[in-house]
Design a protein around this ligand. Structure first.
Ligand code: 4AD
Ligand code: MG
Length: 482
């Protein structure tokens, strides 16, 4: 007899048939009621054991975390809270779980910190089961969105010789020994003797390679892991995170904003339509968590309301210059409540400023665009009407409530001469990026793209507050367990 998933049992249209369920025991009450979960849904199926006819030896082994198989009759439940239950006829312990040792005990409500240290077991909780199912559905929605629109999925390399963002936050990849490292005459590491015969690192972004594909296939997207060795120990940064990077030939910045907004709304709607039980549970979790916070720090909207709000309202599009004016005149700036006071045009925005704009001023997702050239990456297109001394580029960042920056993107500098000049000014190796420059040498055209940090999206949709809780095995400074 094949076993049936708990989700299908709970959605069953007939009763009284004999069924087999397999899963892990969540709780066992009164020597009689097992709450069984198999990960297919947040909901458990109740299995009622005939304890009088079950040996004590077996009953003792029905402990939280144990894997079991039950065969029994699916019946309508008399108890409140569930439609169906299984009247157990045969119970088999597949794998014991020592009640004294199993770390995830529902009764003592383990802290998120404790669960992070037990990332291999935390997925056995309702919370992490829900988060990881939502994460999976969201990644399917990403592919669905782009595939339906005819975008080509491109796998850009993970090991690369280039620094796409020019920010120097890369993890080196080398097969050289650390002792007796081969050196050049001037004492530098001789990468000619390394595996790739050059210096290589883990990619910080697939954009540059993606651009070359967009300039042939028209519309492409990447969806893969990216790595940043920035030492930001925050609740929004990971050293290894997943990024989605669409790139579209002939799109300008406005098209790029339209695409990003439509895409984000689509994937959120997809999650709302396909993860109802999990999102309802996560909404309850958030309400619970916020009970312990002062009123002023609680969210104004419950999770589902917040997600629907994003679907129903256009993102507010605001230029960097307008944003600086708003920030300069804001109460926290005047009262010196910001850690970084905004005095003049050109200042880089910190997350405190981004969150003020989104959460206090506009109270909706915001797309900031036309940033000062010198705080953005080399590949962004210089604005035509730019004033000298106030050069701006066709960049955009999308800011979300509770998250800050969720998307960064731009129209690209398609003019060879302008791009070369910019690279010279920033001392970016033209030789190393010669292949990239070929897109501008041969058949260059306007194009644009963006990167969405997948974990930041999952954070937003699940209402979690720490990015370490929305990726199975987080990598952060000082932590690479598992
Ligand atoms: O703004 P970023 O650095 O942009 C790029 O990498 C461009 N090449 C994208 C493009 O135009 N194709 O990163 C894009 C997004 C951010 O907005 C943020 O959501 C996420 O990636 N991100 C991180 N997420 C988690 N941990 C980190 N350390 C992140 N750094 C960036
Ligand atoms: Mg950015």
């Amino acid at each position: 007899m094949r076993h049936t998933k708990v989700k299908d049992l709970l959605n069953s249209t007939t009763t009284l048939q004999e069924v087999n369920a397999k899963g892990w025991v969540r709780t066992f009450r009164n020597n009689q009621f097992i709450a069984l979960n198999d990960g297919s849904t947040i909901n458990n199926i109740q299995c009622v054991v005939d304890f009088e006819n079950t040996p004590d030896e077996t009953l003792k082994r029905i402990t939280t975390g144990a894997a079991i198989s039950v065969i029994g009759t699916l019946i309508e439940s008399k108890g409140a809270g569930q439609k169906y239950e299984i009247q157990v006829n045969k119970l088999e312990i597949l794998g014991d779980s020592d009640a004294e040792k199993f770390p995830i005990q529902p009764k003592n409500k383990p802290s998120l910190d404790f669960l992070r240290e037990n990332a291999h077991l935390r997925v056995r909780t309702n919370m992490f089961g829900a988060i990881m199912r939502v994460r999976s559905v969201l990644s399917f929605a990403v592919h669905n969105y782009f595939q339906q629109k005819g975008f080509v999925y491109v796998n850009t390399p993970i090991i690369t010789g280039s620094d796409a963002e020019g920010a120097g936050e890369m993890f080196k990849v080398t097969a050289l020994p650390f002792d007796n490292t081969p050196r050049t005459e001037d004492g530098k590491v001789n990468y000619k003797e390394d595996f790739f015969e050059k210096e290589t690192n883990l990619t910080v972004s697939g954009q540059l390679e993606g651009e070359t594909y967009a300039m042939a296939l028209g519309q492409i997207y990447t969806f893969g892991p990216t790595f940043r060795a920035e030492n930001s120990n925050t609740s929004r940064h990971l050293a290894e995170f997943w990024m989605i990077e669409p790139e579209v030939a002939f799109n300008n910045l406005d098209d790029n904003m339209d695409l990003a907004e439509d895409f984000i709304q689509y994937v959120i709607k997809y999650a709302l339509d396909n993860c109802q039980d999990d999102l309802k549970f996560l909404e309850g979790r958030l309400l619970d968590e916020e009970k312990s916070k002062p009123q002023a720090e609680r969210s104004e909207m419950a999770l589902l309301e917040k997600l629907n709000f994003v679907l129903e309202n256009n993102f507010k599009r605001v230029s960097y210059t307008e944003a600086i004016d708003i920030l300069r005149d804001s109460t926290p700036n005047k009262k010196k409540k910001f850690q970084y006071i905004i005095n003049e045009w050109g200042a880089d925005l910190q997350s405190e400023h981004e969150r003020y704009l989104v959460e206090k001023h506009f109270k909706c997702p915001v797309i900031l665009f036309d940033y000062p050239a010198n705080i953005k990456a080399f590949y962004m297109r210089l604005n035509d009407n730019t004033e000298s001394g106030r050069e701006t580029v066709r960049a955009m960042d999308i800011l979300f409530p509770g998250i800050g920056e969720i998307v960064g993107g731009s129209e690209r500098e398609e003019r060879y001469d302008v791009l070369i000049e910019k690279m010279k000014a920033l001392e970016i190796d033209e030789e190393e990026l010669s292949w990239y420059l070929d897109t501008r040498r041969f058949g260059s055209a306007t194009h644009a793209g963006f990167g969405l940090g997948f974990e930041r999206l999952v954070l937003f949709v699940t209402g979690m507050t720490n990015i370490r809780d929305v990726i199975p095995f987080p990598r952060t400074p000082g932590n690479a367990e598992f």
